[in-house]
Design a binder for this molecule. Structure first.
Ligand code: ASP
Ligand code: MG
Length: 421
């Protein structure tokens, strides 16, 4: 097919998919084959653990690295990948050219380390296709209007790929990873996890926000906003067509699409002197001690007792937080529990299912204290000690299999999405 008549498709490959020359060669084969039928934009992450190593390296040079310079450093990881992949593609006879975010006009705000994409110059992409079959773009990075290099936050390459797909009206955006698609639970841990053939943006976004690792929540948001048809698929298993993520019809039935489980939380329990005590003072103290981002959920257990689920605390920062809270006048006692796992049931039926006797009986037998639930339209979440979290996850998944089957039975994506891919 002549390049002129081909539609544009975006392919994204993460760090594990390009971690060494063998993997790069494998990715190049996939790209070469796609480029026969599509003008192909490839978005890549840094190789393997490169970004982590660069963060550590900066940390060995400075206790608080300058944020602008840190972005210059981190962006270099993706720059290695685009050059290497383009070299391999050229050797295969594919006309490929690499571009950094700046070269392709991916303009962001200047919030170093967590910049949002403002615009993408799609004409640069169209121009590049006049003399190339494949455009290889560095994910996770952009440039400010004043020419400074920025990065989009960890895991940001997914967002780069979707934003590019939106900018050029790509037929679809395929996110290649090391699992076959989106599952009802992590298939590497839960043996019976079921793969979704398709799933709606909203449900996928909720899974991603609640800790499913497969795709970054911001990428799903961007896809939903721009109606980009996403597909998550395995780099190792081309026979599996993955999971298509797109717009859903009006939900026809309450369903359950997944159970996520995320480790690494702590719970801070606070008891006040008297029920009328000032909870605002505690909220403020918590905010200044741990910041908004790390405070995941607050439960009021009684008039004077509350528990707060927090992420990212270590022993030291946790104990110092307990000290700070304990010094507040109205606090009788503060204590912290580390090693907490956060569970979410995701789907329109989650709230109803979580209060069902099936879930109750599993949870009551395994969770050592009163169950605190937080409920939203698309999920129901609770926490437990990490010690028996795997057991809880497996049992819940096993018991709720019939509910997943219901979700699978409904073909909920809009028809045009189903024929497109
Ligand atoms: N290389 C970046 C990271 O490790 C971006 C990405 O992989 O999406 O976070
Ligand atoms: Mg990723």
């Amino acid at each position: 097919m002549s390049n002129l008549n081909k539609k544009i498709k975006v392919l994204k490959f993460g760090g594990t998919s390009v971690k060494n020359p063998q993997r790069l060669a494998h990715v190049a084969q996939i790209v070469a084959s796609e480029s026969k039928s599509h003008k192909t934009v490839v978005v890549v992450s840094a190789m393997g653990n490169t970004t982590d190593s660069l963060v550590q390296l900066a940390g060995r040079c400075s206790d608080s690295p300058n944020l602008r310079e840190l972005d210059v450093l981190l962006a270099s990881g993706e720059q290695q990948s685009i050059a290497l992949l383009s070299i391999v593609l050229s050797d295969l006879g594919v006309r490929a050219k690499s571009f950094t975010g700046a070269q392709l006009g991916i303009v962001t705000e200047s919030n170093y380390g967590n910049a949002e994409i403002l615009s993408i110059d799609s004409t640069k992409i169209y121009d590049a296709f006049t003399s190339n079959e494949v455009i290889v773009v560095a994910g996770f990075q952009g440039v400010t209007t004043t020419g400074d290099i920025t990065t989009l936050g960890r895991g940001g390459s997914d967002t780069s790929a979707v934003a590019i797909a939106a900018a050029v009206g790509a037929e679809s955006c395929d996110v290649y990873t090391d699992v076959d698609g989106i599952f009802t639970a992590d298939p590497n841990i839960i043996g019976g996890a079921i793969q979704h053939t398709n799933i709606g943006y909203d449900e996928c976004l909720e899974m991603a926000r609640k800790g499913a690792q497969v795709i970054h929540p911001r990428a799903v948001e961007c896809a939903r906003e721009n109606l980009v048809l996403l597909r998550v698929r395995s780099v190792f298993n081309p026979g599996n067509s993955g999971t298509v993520i797109g717009p859903t019809k009006q939900p026809t039935a309450d369903s359950l699409v997944g159970i996520t489980s995320t480790d690494g939380f702590s719970v801070l329990e606070i008891e006040l002197d008297q029920p009328t005590a000032d909870s605002e003072a505690i909220k403020d103290a918590l905010k200044s001690a741990v910041g908004d981002v790390n405070l995941v959920e607050t439960y009021l257990c009684s008039d004077s007792v509350s528990s707060h689920v927090i992420s990212g605390l270590n022993n030291l920062s946790g104990q110092s937080l307990v000290g700070q809270i304990g010094r507040i006048a109205c606090v009788r006692q503060a204590s912290i529990r580390f090693g907490i796992t956060w569970f979410s049931l995701v789907g329109t039926g989650a709230a109803e299912i979580v209060t069902s006797s099936k879930v109750r009986s599993i949870v009551n037998g395994l969770i050592d204290r009163k169950l605190h639930l937080s409920i939203s339209d698309l999920s129901a979440s609770f926490y437990t000690g990490t010690d028996n979290a795997r057991q809880v996850w497996n049992l819940l998944h096993e018991q709720l299999k019939p509910e997943f089957a219901k979700a699978k039975g409904h073909n909920r994506l809009e028809e045009q999405c189903l024929v497109k891919v």
